[in-house]
Write a protein that binds this ligand. Structure first.
Ligand code: ZN
Ligand code: ZN
Length: 363
Protein backbone atom coordinates (compact mmCIF):
# COMPACT_ATOMS: atom_id res chain seq x y z
CA UNK A 1 0.00 0.00 0.00
CA UNK A 2 1.48 3.35 0.88
CA UNK A 3 5.18 3.81 1.27
CA UNK A 4 7.38 6.65 2.39
CA UNK A 5 9.08 7.90 -0.72
CA UNK A 6 7.60 8.57 -4.09
CA UNK A 7 3.89 8.14 -3.62
CA UNK A 8 3.46 9.02 -7.23
CA UNK A 9 1.55 7.17 -9.82
CA UNK A 10 2.09 8.26 -13.34
CA UNK A 11 0.22 7.92 -16.53
CA UNK A 12 2.75 7.30 -19.27
CA UNK A 13 3.17 10.29 -21.47
CA UNK A 14 4.47 10.92 -24.93
CA UNK A 15 7.88 12.45 -25.51
CA UNK A 16 6.23 15.87 -25.70
CA UNK A 17 5.01 15.35 -22.18
CA UNK A 18 1.37 15.22 -23.03
CA UNK A 19 -0.90 12.39 -22.15
CA UNK A 20 -0.74 9.68 -24.74
CA UNK A 21 -3.65 9.80 -27.15
CA UNK A 22 -5.00 6.57 -25.72
CA UNK A 23 -5.42 8.13 -22.28
CA UNK A 24 -8.78 9.54 -23.01
CA UNK A 25 -10.09 6.23 -24.20
CA UNK A 26 -8.85 4.58 -21.01
CA UNK A 27 -6.05 2.66 -22.69
CA UNK A 28 -3.11 4.52 -21.11
CA UNK A 29 -0.69 2.30 -19.25
CA UNK A 30 -0.90 3.07 -15.57
CA UNK A 31 1.54 2.40 -12.81
CA UNK A 32 -0.06 1.37 -9.57
CA UNK A 33 1.29 0.71 -6.13
CA UNK A 34 1.95 -2.99 -5.46
CA UNK A 35 -0.73 -4.23 -3.11
CA UNK A 36 -1.55 -7.81 -2.17
CA UNK A 37 -5.12 -6.91 -1.23
CA UNK A 38 -5.74 -5.45 -4.67
CA UNK A 39 -4.29 -8.59 -6.25
CA UNK A 40 -6.55 -10.85 -4.21
CA UNK A 41 -9.60 -8.71 -4.82
CA UNK A 42 -8.70 -8.80 -8.50
CA UNK A 43 -9.80 -12.43 -8.32
CA UNK A 44 -12.67 -12.21 -5.82
CA UNK A 45 -14.29 -9.01 -7.04
CA UNK A 46 -15.62 -10.79 -10.10
CA UNK A 47 -19.00 -11.96 -8.83
CA UNK A 48 -19.11 -15.14 -10.91
CA UNK A 49 -15.59 -16.16 -9.93
CA UNK A 50 -16.39 -15.62 -6.30
CA UNK A 51 -19.60 -17.68 -6.54
CA UNK A 52 -17.83 -20.58 -8.25
CA UNK A 53 -15.20 -20.73 -5.48
CA UNK A 54 -17.88 -20.52 -2.82
CA UNK A 55 -19.79 -23.47 -4.32
CA UNK A 56 -16.54 -25.44 -4.31
CA UNK A 57 -16.35 -24.91 -0.53
CA UNK A 58 -19.87 -26.28 -0.36
CA UNK A 59 -18.62 -29.41 -2.09
CA UNK A 60 -19.30 -28.75 -5.79
CA UNK A 61 -16.73 -30.40 -8.08
CA UNK A 62 -18.49 -31.11 -11.33
CA UNK A 63 -19.48 -28.78 -14.10
CA UNK A 64 -23.16 -29.66 -13.86
CA UNK A 65 -23.21 -29.16 -10.09
CA UNK A 66 -21.78 -25.67 -10.42
CA UNK A 67 -24.18 -24.98 -13.25
CA UNK A 68 -27.31 -26.12 -11.43
CA UNK A 69 -26.33 -24.35 -8.18
CA UNK A 70 -25.63 -21.02 -9.80
CA UNK A 71 -27.68 -21.04 -12.99
CA UNK A 72 -24.78 -19.60 -14.94
CA UNK A 73 -24.70 -19.56 -18.71
CA UNK A 74 -22.60 -22.49 -19.91
CA UNK A 75 -20.02 -20.35 -21.71
CA UNK A 76 -19.55 -18.12 -18.64
CA UNK A 77 -18.97 -21.10 -16.38
CA UNK A 78 -16.51 -22.68 -18.82
CA UNK A 79 -14.57 -19.41 -18.98
CA UNK A 80 -14.47 -18.94 -15.19
CA UNK A 81 -13.40 -22.54 -14.51
CA UNK A 82 -10.68 -22.21 -17.12
CA UNK A 83 -9.43 -18.95 -15.63
CA UNK A 84 -9.48 -20.33 -12.07
CA UNK A 85 -7.51 -23.36 -13.26
CA UNK A 86 -4.94 -21.07 -14.91
CA UNK A 87 -4.74 -19.02 -11.71
CA UNK A 88 -3.98 -22.21 -9.80
CA UNK A 89 -7.10 -22.10 -7.61
CA UNK A 90 -8.60 -25.24 -9.16
CA UNK A 91 -6.95 -28.29 -10.63
CA UNK A 92 -8.66 -30.67 -13.02
CA UNK A 93 -8.94 -34.35 -12.23
CA UNK A 94 -10.59 -37.12 -14.24
CA UNK A 95 -13.75 -38.66 -12.77
CA UNK A 96 -12.07 -42.04 -13.10
CA UNK A 97 -9.24 -43.69 -15.03
CA UNK A 98 -11.56 -44.51 -17.90
CA UNK A 99 -13.52 -41.26 -17.96
CA UNK A 100 -12.74 -38.32 -20.20
CA UNK A 101 -14.73 -35.97 -17.98
CA UNK A 102 -13.01 -33.86 -15.35
CA UNK A 103 -13.81 -32.58 -11.89
CA UNK A 104 -12.61 -29.25 -10.54
CA UNK A 105 -10.89 -29.56 -7.20
CA UNK A 106 -9.55 -26.76 -5.06
CA UNK A 107 -5.76 -26.66 -4.91
CA UNK A 108 -3.82 -25.70 -1.81
CA UNK A 109 -4.02 -22.02 -2.80
CA UNK A 110 -7.77 -22.37 -3.39
CA UNK A 111 -8.25 -24.00 -0.01
CA UNK A 112 -6.21 -21.28 1.65
CA UNK A 113 -8.61 -18.63 0.37
CA UNK A 114 -11.15 -20.06 2.78
CA UNK A 115 -10.05 -17.99 5.80
CA UNK A 116 -10.54 -14.84 3.66
CA UNK A 117 -14.11 -15.96 3.01
CA UNK A 118 -14.65 -16.43 6.73
CA UNK A 119 -13.24 -12.98 7.53
CA UNK A 120 -15.54 -11.42 4.93
CA UNK A 121 -18.40 -13.49 6.31
CA UNK A 122 -17.84 -12.27 9.85
CA UNK A 123 -17.98 -8.68 8.71
CA UNK A 124 -21.24 -9.38 6.84
CA UNK A 125 -22.67 -11.18 9.87
CA UNK A 126 -21.86 -8.23 12.12
CA UNK A 127 -23.08 -5.42 9.91
CA UNK A 128 -25.28 -6.70 7.14
CA UNK A 129 -27.32 -9.63 8.44
CA UNK A 130 -31.05 -8.94 8.31
CA UNK A 131 -33.54 -9.54 11.12
CA UNK A 132 -33.31 -13.31 10.62
CA UNK A 133 -29.65 -13.24 11.62
CA UNK A 134 -26.61 -14.59 9.81
CA UNK A 135 -27.31 -17.20 7.12
CA UNK A 136 -24.72 -19.66 8.45
CA UNK A 137 -23.56 -20.81 11.84
CA UNK A 138 -20.06 -22.22 11.94
CA UNK A 139 -19.01 -25.26 13.88
CA UNK A 140 -15.31 -25.77 14.40
CA UNK A 141 -14.69 -29.53 14.44
CA UNK A 142 -11.24 -29.09 15.99
CA UNK A 143 -12.77 -27.89 19.26
CA UNK A 144 -16.34 -29.02 18.57
CA UNK A 145 -17.75 -25.56 19.30
CA UNK A 146 -19.81 -22.91 17.63
CA UNK A 147 -17.13 -20.58 16.42
CA UNK A 148 -16.70 -16.97 15.43
CA UNK A 149 -13.50 -16.68 13.39
CA UNK A 150 -11.34 -13.64 14.15
CA UNK A 151 -8.42 -12.07 12.33
CA UNK A 152 -5.46 -12.31 14.68
CA UNK A 153 -1.76 -11.59 15.00
CA UNK A 154 0.41 -14.61 14.20
CA UNK A 155 2.74 -13.79 17.10
CA UNK A 156 0.36 -13.34 20.05
CA UNK A 157 -2.89 -14.76 18.58
CA UNK A 158 -4.88 -11.74 19.76
CA UNK A 159 -7.42 -10.07 17.50
CA UNK A 160 -5.99 -7.23 15.39
CA UNK A 161 -7.83 -4.02 14.60
CA UNK A 162 -6.76 -1.08 12.43
CA UNK A 163 -5.92 0.98 15.52
CA UNK A 164 -3.62 -1.66 16.94
CA UNK A 165 -1.46 -2.20 13.85
CA UNK A 166 1.12 -0.17 11.98
CA UNK A 167 2.67 -0.78 8.61
CA UNK A 168 5.82 -0.14 6.65
CA UNK A 169 7.14 -0.93 3.18
CA UNK A 170 8.17 -4.54 2.62
CA UNK A 171 10.72 -5.84 0.09
CA UNK A 172 8.05 -6.03 -2.63
CA UNK A 173 6.99 -2.39 -2.25
CA UNK A 174 6.98 -0.32 -5.39
CA UNK A 175 4.97 0.05 -8.54
CA UNK A 176 3.86 -2.17 -11.35
CA UNK A 177 2.31 -1.36 -14.65
CA UNK A 178 -1.32 -2.35 -14.69
CA UNK A 179 -2.71 -3.64 -17.93
CA UNK A 180 -5.13 -0.98 -19.13
CA UNK A 181 -7.84 -3.57 -19.69
CA UNK A 182 -7.64 -4.67 -16.07
CA UNK A 183 -7.90 -1.18 -14.72
CA UNK A 184 -10.66 -0.15 -17.08
CA UNK A 185 -12.56 -3.41 -16.84
CA UNK A 186 -16.11 -2.86 -15.80
CA UNK A 187 -17.02 -4.73 -12.69
CA UNK A 188 -19.67 -7.35 -12.95
CA UNK A 189 -23.12 -6.25 -11.83
CA UNK A 190 -22.78 -6.17 -8.01
CA UNK A 191 -26.27 -7.61 -7.54
CA UNK A 192 -24.96 -10.86 -9.06
CA UNK A 193 -23.08 -11.46 -5.80
CA UNK A 194 -26.42 -12.10 -4.15
CA UNK A 195 -27.37 -14.92 -6.47
CA UNK A 196 -28.19 -18.33 -5.05
CA UNK A 197 -27.62 -18.83 -1.36
CA UNK A 198 -27.96 -15.97 1.11
CA UNK A 199 -24.40 -15.22 2.12
CA UNK A 200 -22.68 -12.70 4.35
CA UNK A 201 -19.60 -12.96 2.10
CA UNK A 202 -21.70 -11.90 -0.89
CA UNK A 203 -23.18 -9.05 1.11
CA UNK A 204 -19.72 -7.83 2.07
CA UNK A 205 -18.26 -8.09 -1.43
CA UNK A 206 -21.28 -6.28 -2.82
CA UNK A 207 -20.74 -3.56 -0.26
CA UNK A 208 -17.04 -3.18 -1.04
CA UNK A 209 -18.19 -2.90 -4.64
CA UNK A 210 -15.87 -2.45 -7.53
CA UNK A 211 -12.13 -2.02 -7.68
CA UNK A 212 -12.33 1.77 -7.38
CA UNK A 213 -14.42 1.60 -4.24
CA UNK A 214 -11.95 -0.80 -2.71
CA UNK A 215 -8.97 1.44 -3.60
CA UNK A 216 -10.74 4.39 -1.95
CA UNK A 217 -11.30 2.31 1.20
CA UNK A 218 -7.63 1.32 1.17
CA UNK A 219 -6.53 4.96 0.87
CA UNK A 220 -8.86 5.84 3.75
CA UNK A 221 -7.05 3.29 5.93
CA UNK A 222 -3.80 4.94 4.89
CA UNK A 223 -5.02 8.36 5.98
CA UNK A 224 -6.29 9.99 2.76
CA UNK A 225 -9.47 11.86 3.64
CA UNK A 226 -9.84 14.64 1.15
CA UNK A 227 -11.07 14.64 -2.39
CA UNK A 228 -7.96 16.21 -3.92
CA UNK A 229 -5.62 13.84 -2.11
CA UNK A 230 -7.65 10.79 -3.14
CA UNK A 231 -7.74 12.02 -6.69
CA UNK A 232 -3.99 12.52 -6.89
CA UNK A 233 -3.24 9.22 -5.14
CA UNK A 234 -5.50 7.17 -7.35
CA UNK A 235 -5.39 9.09 -10.64
CA UNK A 236 -9.11 8.69 -10.79
CA UNK A 237 -11.53 10.81 -12.82
CA UNK A 238 -13.39 13.26 -10.57
CA UNK A 239 -16.84 12.08 -11.65
CA UNK A 240 -15.94 8.48 -10.80
CA UNK A 241 -14.46 9.54 -7.46
CA UNK A 242 -17.59 11.59 -6.59
CA UNK A 243 -19.80 8.69 -7.53
CA UNK A 244 -17.87 6.12 -5.48
CA UNK A 245 -17.56 8.41 -2.46
CA UNK A 246 -21.31 9.04 -2.51
CA UNK A 247 -21.93 5.31 -2.66
CA UNK A 248 -19.52 4.58 0.20
CA UNK A 249 -21.28 7.23 2.30
CA UNK A 250 -24.71 5.79 1.48
CA UNK A 251 -23.61 2.28 2.40
CA UNK A 252 -22.19 3.55 5.71
CA UNK A 253 -18.49 2.78 5.14
CA UNK A 254 -17.45 6.45 5.01
CA UNK A 255 -18.87 9.48 6.80
CA UNK A 256 -18.75 12.92 5.22
CA UNK A 257 -17.67 15.76 7.51
CA UNK A 258 -17.27 19.46 6.85
CA UNK A 259 -13.78 20.71 7.69
CA UNK A 260 -13.98 24.20 6.22
CA UNK A 261 -16.79 26.74 5.86
CA UNK A 262 -15.67 29.24 3.24
CA UNK A 263 -15.59 27.76 0.77
CA UNK A 264 -17.38 24.77 2.15
CA UNK A 265 -15.23 21.64 2.01
CA UNK A 266 -15.72 18.09 3.18
CA UNK A 267 -13.56 15.16 4.11
CA UNK A 268 -14.34 11.47 4.29
CA UNK A 269 -13.59 9.29 7.28
CA UNK A 270 -14.09 5.61 7.89
CA UNK A 271 -17.06 4.90 10.14
CA UNK A 272 -16.86 2.17 12.80
CA UNK A 273 -18.32 -0.16 10.19
CA UNK A 274 -15.72 0.95 7.64
CA UNK A 275 -12.89 0.40 10.14
CA UNK A 276 -14.18 -3.11 10.74
CA UNK A 277 -13.24 -3.98 7.14
CA UNK A 278 -9.61 -3.99 8.29
CA UNK A 279 -9.71 -7.66 9.32
CA UNK A 280 -11.01 -8.97 5.97
CA UNK A 281 -8.61 -6.72 4.06
CA UNK A 282 -5.50 -7.92 5.90
CA UNK A 283 -6.70 -11.54 5.63
CA UNK A 284 -6.84 -11.06 1.85
CA UNK A 285 -3.46 -9.36 2.01
CA UNK A 286 -1.95 -12.42 3.69
CA UNK A 287 -3.28 -14.67 0.93
CA UNK A 288 -2.03 -12.31 -1.77
CA UNK A 289 1.39 -12.14 -0.10
CA UNK A 290 1.62 -15.91 -0.06
CA UNK A 291 0.29 -16.71 -3.51
CA UNK A 292 0.52 -13.63 -5.69
CA UNK A 293 3.46 -11.55 -4.46
CA UNK A 294 6.44 -11.51 -6.79
CA UNK A 295 9.86 -12.96 -6.00
CA UNK A 296 10.79 -9.90 -3.93
CA UNK A 297 8.26 -10.66 -1.22
CA UNK A 298 5.39 -8.79 0.38
CA UNK A 299 4.80 -5.13 -0.48
CA UNK A 300 3.77 -4.30 3.08
CA UNK A 301 4.79 -5.46 6.53
CA UNK A 302 2.43 -5.17 9.49
CA UNK A 303 3.40 -4.69 13.12
CA UNK A 304 1.06 -5.41 16.01
CA UNK A 305 1.23 -2.62 18.59
CA UNK A 306 0.05 -4.87 21.42
CA UNK A 307 2.94 -7.34 21.21
CA UNK A 308 5.38 -5.20 19.25
CA UNK A 309 6.08 -7.93 16.69
CA UNK A 310 5.74 -8.07 12.92
CA UNK A 311 2.92 -10.42 12.06
CA UNK A 312 1.08 -12.30 9.37
CA UNK A 313 -2.69 -12.02 9.70
CA UNK A 314 -4.23 -15.36 10.68
CA UNK A 315 -7.91 -16.25 10.76
CA UNK A 316 -8.40 -18.27 13.94
CA UNK A 317 -11.26 -19.77 15.93
CA UNK A 318 -12.25 -17.53 18.84
CA UNK A 319 -12.73 -20.58 21.09
CA UNK A 320 -9.57 -22.68 20.60
CA UNK A 321 -7.36 -20.04 18.86
CA UNK A 322 -6.36 -22.54 16.13
CA UNK A 323 -6.28 -21.37 12.48
CA UNK A 324 -9.47 -22.29 10.61
CA UNK A 325 -9.42 -24.52 7.53
CA UNK A 326 -12.24 -25.65 5.27
CA UNK A 327 -11.92 -29.35 6.19
CA UNK A 328 -12.36 -28.50 9.89
CA UNK A 329 -15.47 -26.43 9.59
CA UNK A 330 -19.11 -27.46 9.56
CA UNK A 331 -22.17 -25.33 8.95
CA UNK A 332 -25.68 -25.03 10.12
CA UNK A 333 -27.80 -23.29 7.55
CA UNK A 334 -30.12 -20.68 8.94
CA UNK A 335 -32.24 -20.87 5.77
CA UNK A 336 -33.77 -23.44 3.52
CA UNK A 337 -31.70 -23.79 0.35
CA UNK A 338 -34.81 -24.79 -1.60
CA UNK A 339 -36.13 -21.26 -1.03
CA UNK A 340 -33.33 -19.90 -3.14
CA UNK A 341 -33.53 -22.31 -6.02
CA UNK A 342 -30.16 -23.76 -5.09
CA UNK A 343 -29.95 -27.50 -4.55
CA UNK A 344 -28.26 -28.18 -1.25
CA UNK A 345 -24.72 -29.28 -1.85
CA UNK A 346 -23.38 -29.80 1.64
CA UNK A 347 -19.68 -30.32 2.09
CA UNK A 348 -18.52 -33.67 3.42
CA UNK A 349 -18.81 -32.56 7.04
CA UNK A 350 -21.66 -30.09 6.78
CA UNK A 351 -24.50 -30.38 9.23
CA UNK A 352 -27.79 -31.15 7.49
CA UNK A 353 -29.99 -28.16 6.80
CA UNK A 354 -33.01 -27.63 8.97
CA UNK A 355 -35.73 -25.17 8.26
CA UNK A 356 -35.73 -22.42 10.89
CA UNK A 357 -33.19 -24.31 12.92
CA UNK A 358 -33.03 -23.13 16.50
CA UNK A 359 -29.48 -23.09 17.60
CA UNK A 360 -27.91 -23.07 20.98
CA UNK A 361 -25.11 -20.64 20.60
CA UNK A 362 -22.71 -20.52 23.49
CA UNK A 363 -22.19 -17.05 24.98
ZN1 ZN B 1 0.52 -9.60 18.41
ZN1 ZN C 1 -12.03 -23.98 17.60
Amino acid sequence: MRGGAGRKRSIQTTAAGRSAPGARRGTARVRERNCSVARTLGILSDAWTFLVIREAYFGAKRFETFRSSLGLPRATLIERLKRLTEQGIFRQERYSETSQRVEYRLTESGLELYPCFLALMQFGDRWLAGPKGPPLRLIHHTCNSMCRPIVACSSCLEEVTARRATYRDGPGAGFSTIAPARRARRSSDPSQFLRGRPSSVSNTLQLIGDRWSFLIIREAFLGSRRFDRLQSELKIASNILSDRLARLVTTGILARRRYQNQPERFEYRLTDMGKDLYGPLIAMMAWGDRWLAGPKGPPLILTHRDCGKDFTPLVICDRCRKPVASHDMGYQLNYDPQDFGAPDVPGPRAVPARRKARLNVPP
